[in-house]
Design a protein around this ligand. Structure first.
Ligand SMILES: C[S@@+](CC[C@H](N)C(=O)[O-])C[C@H]1O[C@@H](n2cnc3c(N)ncnc32)[C@H](O)[C@@H]1O
Length: 236
């Protein structure tokens, strides 16, 4: 059952979904050029509106790019402005995103170079962003997490979706892009298997690439970084 914070997150989600067609994305088209790795327009519009309707304070993104620009702009447009932190494993794309943010004047948005590593978590070896304890305590618990990385050739999003859910507090909204691909369907299924008692799936139709919308209804136990492997370095 949805509790208070979960219920208000749901109201914010429904309000963003109803009003996202009003979002102007024309400023994004200019530079750098959009490609198939980026969020589709409908998702960018929804995410941008959701930042406002949720009155987000802390936003985390896994996998930077055009979406970071949209989050930065939406986050700067609310009072007080939201803190936006994007995690990026690839130095090239980190540099590109930072340059684009610089051109936008969104220099307060962090794009952190964060390695993707393999850790054993809930019985599987999964790729996760390497989140350190100082980072986790400095950042605080986000109210919105967008999962759009790591890319499939680096192992996909099973681990990062679990991380996103573990980062959250009650009422945190976690978005999984590309949710209609088989790899993301599997990641979602696995996350619900593991975290289903603490998470509610909100069904929203018609996103071009699929978008799974999850609300954390009670905080998950354990940190958002799985345990380190044994001293001999073995990964089963
Ligand atoms: C799905 S992309 C993230 C896209 C971003 N959220 C956006 O909306 O633009 C996930 C990751 O793929 C990598 N990536 C992005 N574009 C790429 C490309 N053209 N070739 C290889 N890797 C790419 C980056 O490391 C990025 O973090």
């Amino acid at each position: 059952m949805t509790n208070g914070a979960g219920a208000s997150a749901r109201v914010a989600i429904e309000s963003a979904y109803r009003s996202c067609e009003e979002v102007d994305l024309s400023w994004l088209a200019a530079a750098p050029r959009r490609n198939q790795w980026s969020l589709a327009d409908d998702t960018l519009s929804f995410v941008s509106r959701l930042v406002t309707t949720l009155e987000s304070r802390i936003i985390v993104e896994f996998g930077s790019g055009e979406s970071t620009r949209a989050l930065a702009r939406a986050g700067a447009g609310i009072d007080p402005p939201a803190k936006v932190v994007a995690l990026e494993n690839d130095p090239l794309f980190r540099q590109r995103t930072r340059r684009a943010l610089g051109r936008d004047g969104a220099t307060e948005t962090d794009v952190l170079l964060t390695p993707v590593v393999v850790r054993r978590w809930y019985g599987n070896n999964v790729p996760v962003y390497h989140l350190t304890r100082p980072f986790l305590s400095a950042m605080g618990r986000p109210d919105l997490v967008l999962v759009d990385g790591p890319p499939l050739p680096l192992g996909g999003r099973e681990g990062s979706l679990l991380q996103a859910l573990h980062l959250g507090r009650t009422g945190t909204v976690v978005l999984l892009d590309d949710a209609s691909r088989p790899s993301e369907e599997r990641a979602l299924e696995r996350a619900l298997e593991i975290c289903g008692d603490s998470v509610e799936l909100v069904e929203l139709a018609d996103f071009a690439k699929g978008l799974a919308v999850l609300v954390v209804t009670s905080p998950l136990e354990g940190p958002a970084m799985p345990p380190a492997p044994s001293e001999d370095g073995s990964v089963e």
